[in-house]
Structures are given as C-alpha cells and as structure tokens.
Design a protein around this ligand. Structure first.
Ligand code: TA6
Length: 279
C-alpha cells in the first residue's frame, strides 16, 4: 500500500484498519473497512465536523454507525428486499489506490475489494476520492464497465456532530420532499426547518448548498451529482432500538446526505460522480 507523507496506516487488534491523514490544514481518520471517513477536524477550529456513535461497532462485523457511510450501488432497501440495506460496499474492505499530498490538502483514492456483488445486475466500477484540506470533499465516481445501460443508487450518508438537535435548524432546502416516516407522503419543505420528532425526509431537490445552523456554529454542506438530499434523525425510539446507538445520542447528530434515491441510469462506458463538500 503506497501512502504519502500525510497518511499513516493505524492497525489496532480487533478493530478495522484506519488511515490517519494529517497535514497543515486538517486531520481525518478513514476506516479501510467500508471506505468510511470517521472523523474530519480542520486545524482552524479543531472541531470534528462528523458524529460517531459511542456504541459504533468497529470490528468489521457491521456497517459503522457515524462518519460518512458509502451507500452503493443502491440507496435504502434493495427492490427485491433480499440484499442488505444501502448496498454492499460499506461492509467491504477497501484498498488504497492513490495518495498524494498537495497544497489544497491530502488526496486519498480508495476502491472496494469488489464493486460487483449480489444484487447488482451488471458491471460497475467504483472509486472514492477523499480530499482532506480546509474543507473535506468526497467524490464517489461510478463507471458502467458493462455492455448495457444500468441504473444505480448511492448516498454519501454523512452524520454531522451538533450540540442539540432541539437547537438545530437546517437551511437552504426548498420544494417537495417525501416523508419516509409517513409512507413517503409528499410534503413541502418548511420555511424554518426544525427537528421535534423522527425525521426521514427525501428532498427531491437540485439545491446544492445547505447549512446546518446551531447556536455555536454553522456547518456548510455542498452537494453535487445528487437527485436527492436526505435528512435523517432517528429520534429516541429508533435510537433506543439500535444497539450501535446510545439511547439519547440522537440529540447530538443529524444526517444530511447527498444521495441518488431515484436511480441514475448510466450508458455503457458512462461515468457519474456524486460529491459532497463539508466546511
Ligand atoms: O438515510 C436515512 C436512512 O435510509 C434511514 O431510513 C435509516 O434506515 C438510515 O438510513 C440508517 O440506515 P442503516 O442501515 O445505516 O441503519
């Protein structure tokens, strides 16, 4: 595994191997299990932008709760219902295919052991490019290497760290969303987007810039290549039901996800990138 000066491999018995990325601008930790960014801390304010569950399972037996899970090549439940939710690459080992220290930050390129898997009826290739600098950028690039057109789904399922969901407002979204907690009922995005209950909203929005506003700080989230922005907070009942979440930990997290929930069809040889930038 060829690493650059700003990237070190950290191995801990019984835990997934991680890359520790550190440069003049920021620090990040990336699990090679799942190609999963766990932490991103700009040196400018030393605040981790990402939330990790205190009960996250880090032995490689289950998708990691927190950070930025890579959902691919489908989002949510597989249409047949016979395959794992959010696809199969977030529970695969990934390999480093490139590392480079540049003035804008450290660029790490990762690929899953196999982009082909049960539930995918075709041949896709996948590359994740992570840039750790003054901002964190993830670019998830899908290429149709098969002979036929193929539809896929995906999400950069980012968990953001906030002080209190009750004091948090999400800004920038507008238009229609589908409320998964009410059988995907179509609703209109509220003027003031607050959180008082379980929230699982699929915004069919081309909006690119969203802001997670809290009393102490704002988190700017830019999304590109998406057909949806998914906003999720499990609230107390779902948190209590999830072994890898502490009962009250829903209060300190909010997911704002750049996603392809409606299916993106790639012609043979065509490529598409889903991008999220976090500031
Ligand atoms: O993105 C929101 C969502 O689809 C929710 O419905 C919930 O299932 C969440 O993802 C987490 O899914 P996971 O499989 O990681 O527990």
């Amino acid at each position: 595994m060829r690493l650059s000066k700003g990237v070190k491999l950290q191995t801990t018995d019984g835990q997934v191997d991680t890359l520790v990325v550190e440069n003049d601008l920021a620090m990040a930790r990336i699990s090679l299990f799942g190609g999963h960014v766990l932490s991103y801390i700009p040196h400018s304010d030393a605040r981790d932008r990402l939330w990790m569950s205190g009960n996250a399972i880090l032995d490689g037996s289950k998708a990691i709760r927190g950070g930025i899970p890579i959902c691919w090549p489908w989002f949510g439940d597989h249409p047949s219902g016979n395959f794992p939710a959010h696809g199969y690459v977030r529970t695969q080992q990934w390999q480093v295919v490139g590392c480079e220290d540049q003035s804008i930050g450290t660029i790490v390129k990762l690929k899953p052991e196999s982009a082909l898997g049960a539930g995918l009826d075709g041949e896709l290739d996948l590359l994740l490019t992570i840039t750790v600098g003054e901002v964190l950028t993830l670019e998830l690039t899908t290429t149709n290497i098969g002979a036929n057109a193929l539809a896929f789904g995906a999400a950069l399922h980012s968990y953001f760290d906030i002080e209190d969901i009750g004091l948090t407002e999400l800004r920038g979204l507008n238009g229609e969303f589908l409320d998964k907690t009410e059988s995907y009922a179509s609703k209109v995005t509220p003027e003031v987007y607050l959180f008082q209950k379980e929230t699982d909203n699929v915004h069919l929005s081309p909006v690119t810039h969203t802001v997670i506003h809290t009393p102490k700080f704002d988190v700017d989230v830019e999304s590109m290549g998406h057909d949806s922005i998914v906003v999720w907070n499990p609230w107390i009942e779902k948190s209590t039901a999830m072994a890898d979440m502490k009962d009250d930990s829903y209060r300190s997290m909010l997911c704002v996800e750049a996603a392809i929930t409606q299916g993106k069809t790639l012609a043979a040889g065509e490529q598409h990138s889903l991008i999220q930038t976090i500031q």
